[in-house]
Structure formats: C-alpha cells, structure tokens
Design a protein around this ligand. Structure first.
Ligand code: QAP
Ligand code: CO
Length: 168
C-alpha cells in the first residue's frame, strides 16, 4: 500500500471532471487500498480519486468513530429523498485548515458499484449523506468552498497559496 499526495486548492486539477470506471481489476483494488491508507493517515472521513490526481469516478468514506466502517463507492450517483437540508461545518483534505458551514439535502439514495463492479443502493442521512455529496462533488470538479462567499473563498485561496509558496 502507498500514501498518495493530496492536491490542494486552488490546484486546477481539482476542477477536472472524472470519467466512469469501466475496468474492475487488481489495479483498481490497489488504488482503493491506497485511497483508504491516504485518507486514514490524513485523519479524513472521505476522499475522492480526483484529490489524488486520478480522474476516475470513485470515492472512499469512513465516518465511524472507530474507523471500522470503510465504504467504497464506484460510479456513484444520488437522488434526493427529502428536500429538507442539513447544515454541517465542512472541511476537506484539499483545503487543509479551513471549515465552513454548508447546507445540503439531509436524506439521499445512493446508487453505486462495489470494487467487483456489483451494483448496490443505500440510503444515507446526516453526516454520511453530507460526506457522500461532498465527495461526489469532487468527481465533478466542485469543492465545498464553491458554496461560500467569493470573499471567504478568495481569502482561503490567498492563505493556501502563501503556504504553498513557503513549502515550494
Ligand atoms: C468531507 O473531509 C467532509 O482541514 C471530508 O486540517 C468534512 O475528511 C464532509 C481534514 C466534514 C462533511 C463534513 C480537514 C483533515 C479532513 C482538514 C475531510 C485538516 C485535516 C477533511
Ligand atoms: Co473534499
């Protein structure tokens, strides 16, 4: 297994639209293992392939306290089953150190494939629902900072650009 480098905002590669996964092979399983290792090491609850510069439609999530509930979603889509919104303070491994409140539909039905290509569906609510929506946004080149004010987003961009210059 290997830890992969996580792209950080405002890297333009975070804006790419990911392509569907069509091949369910050993290489995909290695990618999934690397994504979990990278996410757990960075103390994250969700990671989309886009964030490690792999532009394919898959994501990994574990919102459990004990980090004992790894979930893999390949080619995920969701439908809103309740228009009611939930607010969470969202963060992102690609926007380190910044958190902002975002509202998203509270209950969704997710359709995806597992690592063998087998289709499955599940309903999600609360933090899991928010996290799935946040990660699917990554596959479409979107970030949680797109939902906050331009002023706040620009401030975050400036601070991160300064950090990146320091470590370059
Ligand atoms: C998305 O985000 C999410 O700034 C997953 O310094 C987050 O795993 C959905 C993280 C919150 C819903 C609510 C962020 C780790 C992890 C940081 C993450 C940081 C270290 C973010
Ligand atoms: Co994110």
């Amino acid at each position: 297994m290997a830890i992969r480098q996580i792209l950080e905002f405002p890297d333009p590669r975070l804006r790419k639209i990911a392509s569907p996964v069509t091949v369910f092979d050993e290489k995909l399983e290695v990618l999934i293992d690397d994504m979990f290792e990278t996410m757990y090491e960075a103390q994250g609850i969700g990671l989309a392939a886009t964030q490690i510069n792999v532009h394919e439609r898959l994501l990994v999530i574990d919102v459990s306290e004990e980090k004992e509930n790894p979930l893999t979603f390949i080619n995920p889509r969701f439908e809103i089953i309740e228009e009611e919104l939930s607010e969470y303070d969202e963060g992102c491994l690609s926007v380190p150190g910044f958190y902002e409140t975002v509202s998203r539909p509270r209950r969704i039905k997710v359709s995806a494939q597992d690592k063998k290509g087998e289709p499955f569906e599940m309903e999600a609510e609360g933090l899991l629902s928010t996290c799935i929506q946040h990660e699917i946004d990554h596959l479409d080149g979107k970030l949680f900072v797109d939902y906050i004010s331009t002023l706040k987003r620009q401030r975050i961009r400036q601070k991160l650009e300064k950090e990146h210059k320091k470590s370059a």
